[in-house]
Design a protein around this ligand. Structure first.
Ligand code: AMP
Length: 281
């Protein structure tokens, strides 16, 4: 496995693979890898001959006062884990390499970035689409794998790829969870023991909502009430949003008529966690 830190070196490697007819699959990450990331890398092996994992904590997707500086980092461990799952190249550029002096270009997707995380984190998706567009130009992937953990992000990226005619196949992968249901996240490292207990109510609330739909409940307001009271019973947890949305357009849903996204975000202490489930129609 090779570590590449320079944009031009990555582009040359990608170009030479492409000339040889090798398919490239990319998994973009911010590092501090966990089993969720590793599962995406294994999935990537089904879509490419050469697997590139980018590790880059992207400053443009963090707002003022968010956790950019303290976001967990452990490059040595990440390299080891990526090597073990058969990654060919870890692309780990510096911030300066990606955003040199004079940088001033951004990619912005409109409607689907407005609700949910876009409302709480106004600059977030602009940073995500910008860095992902840059990574596509640098790594030239045939396919790129993203987790449904960040469901809105996946929707936004599909939109960008369609709208800008980017020639890359976007693969979504289901959420990978701990045995007790907590969605894996690098930010789980921030949680104390009792906060981790409180965080579990996110996946519990999703399960409860699914049971209600299986039991015939179709009224969005009734489902969201149950979800909010489940989350509200945790003293250490503050709801950011709990919403029902169309999984394709992210438009608001008031009555369950088909597969419906239940998307949750909450602060547990200072840590903002997200989780979601597509409820059956
Ligand atoms: P991050 O490093 O948090 O930016 O995540 C990098 C990629 O891994 C994104 O496509 C995430 O959606 C995905 N990811 C993170 N956590 C999980 C998880 N628990 N299950 C599936 N995918 C995940």
């Amino acid at each position: 496995m090779r570590i590449i830190e320079r944009v031009t070196e990555m582009q040359q490697q990608a170009e030479s693979w492409r000339r040889e007819g090798r398919r490239i699959a990319l998994v973009p990450t911010m590092g501090y890898l966990h089993e969720g990331h590793l599962t995406l890398m294994r999935e990537a092996r089904n879509h490419g001959d050469e697997i590139v994992v980018s590790i880059f904590v992207n400053p443009t997707q963090f707002g003022p006062g968010e956790d950019f500086e303290r976001y967990p980092r452990d490059m040595a461990r990440d390299e080891l884990l990526a090597g073990e799952v058969g990654v060919t190249v870890v692309f780990a550029p510096s911030v300066r390499e990606m955003y040199p002096d004079g940088y001033q270009t951004f990619v912005e997707v409109m409607e689907v970035t407005r609700p949910l995380c876009g409302r709480s984190r106004p600059v977030h998706f602009r940073g995500v689409t910008t860095v992902v567009a840059k990574l596509f130009n640098i790594v030239k992937p045939d396919a790129a794998v993203f987790g449904e953990k960040d469901f809105q992000q996946l929707t936004v990226i599909r939109r960008m790829v369609d709208d800008l005619n980017m020639d890359v196949q976007i693969i979504g992968h289901p959420i990978v969870r701990e045995e007790d249901g907590l969605a894996m996240s690098s930010r789980n490292a921030y949680l104390t023991g009792s906060q981790r207990g409180a965080a579990l109510s996110l996946s519990r609330a999703l399960g409860e909502a699914e049971r209600m739909v299986h039991g015939g409940e179709r009224r969005g307001a009734v489902i969201l009430d149950a979800v909010r009271s489940q989350l509200g019973s945790e003293g250490e947890l503050r709801i950011d949003y709990a919403e029902l949305r169309d999984p394709d357009t992210l438009e608001n849903v008031t009555e369950i008529r088909g597969p419906t996204l239940l998307a949750l975000a909450a602060f547990v202490g200072q840590t903002r966690l997200i989780d979601n489930r597509v409820l059956p129609g």
